[in-house]
Design a protein around this ligand. Sequence first.
Ligand code: FAD
Length: 299
Amino acid sequence: MRVTRLYDSKSPVLSMEFFPPRNEKAEAGFGTIVDELFEMDPDYMSVTFGAGGSNRDGSYQAVKTMMDKSIPTVAYLAGYGMAPEEIIEVLDRYRDMGIKTIFVIRGDQPQQEGFAPHPDSFSYASDLIAFIKKRYDFTLGCAGYPEGHQEAESLEKDIEYLKAKVDNGAEYVVAQTFYDNRFYFDYVERCRFAGVTVPIIPGIMPVYSVKMARILAKVCGSTITPELEALMTEVDPDDKQAVLSMGMDFATDQCRGLLNGGAPGLHLYTMDRSSPTVEVVRRLRSENFFRETKVPTAR
Ligand SMILES: Cc1cc2nc3c(=O)[nH]c(=O)nc-3n(C[C@H](O)[C@H](O)[C@H](O)COP(=O)(O)OP(=O)(O)OC[C@H]3O[C@@H](n4cnc5c(N)ncnc54)[C@H](O)[C@@H]3O)c2cc1C
């Protein structure tokens, strides 16, 4: 499945992201979670990749689980530190599994002690994309950062580098999670001004736990807005149901705002949990947000 064909033919496109299960228990439940979410009729699902190739077998297995269920699947490649030959090995494997779309990210230095990047590894995703584009017929996607990537000198520079990824072959962008839709709409406007014309898809991560949300916001460089801060302070962090309910309400509101504002799709970071994503999508569907429309006007 080539993701760009979806973005070219319908709006909004619904996608869901998973990471490969991290232990045997998670592995045992992974197929069920995928099934529960696939029942919500997403247009495609995607599987992340451990930078440096860590847990690549887990990614292959998760991709295979989805492909065996005939789910339209996107595989990720985070090439940090990997030798070009290793990258080729991974891509050959995905090609042989029938994957047509690869989401290409650079990744970061893995936490693994003693990990040393291969001397011929790629410093930036734009170089990785150029390398892949020359050798394969995959449709490629890349990451964008509405609040700017943490290492970037400025948002302007970061968008300049995003344009390099697109110029080198990326055909769609999935945005890092954010909690204020103004970051996304402002980013799209700046990208268009900079000449980035491909679809830019907002990434939404419901709050699953207050502690985890704070950690992830730091890792992802996503600002916790005063509104969300107030909600996270008010809720009892140990009352799992209350936290989930608050997170689902907040995420649903965000999604409504994004779709009403013309976003070409929603990419939901599931964190390999089914119930919050199921509930957010169920609510949006009951409000007719996923009634199919023709090619988007605002991409
Ligand atoms: C939707 C999404 C999915 C992700 N999935 C994964 C995953 O599966 N596995 C994983 O490990 N990580 C994943 N990440 C995280 C990602 O790997 C990190 O954010 C990483 O730090 C940057 O990756 P990138 O591809 O955006 O890098 P790049 O686009 O290379 O950018 C990295 C930094 O370098 C700067 N830069 C780019 N080009 C240049 C240049 N030519 N000169 C100087 N500076 C430059 C950029 O401004 C930025 O600050 C994901 C992120 C997103 C948004």
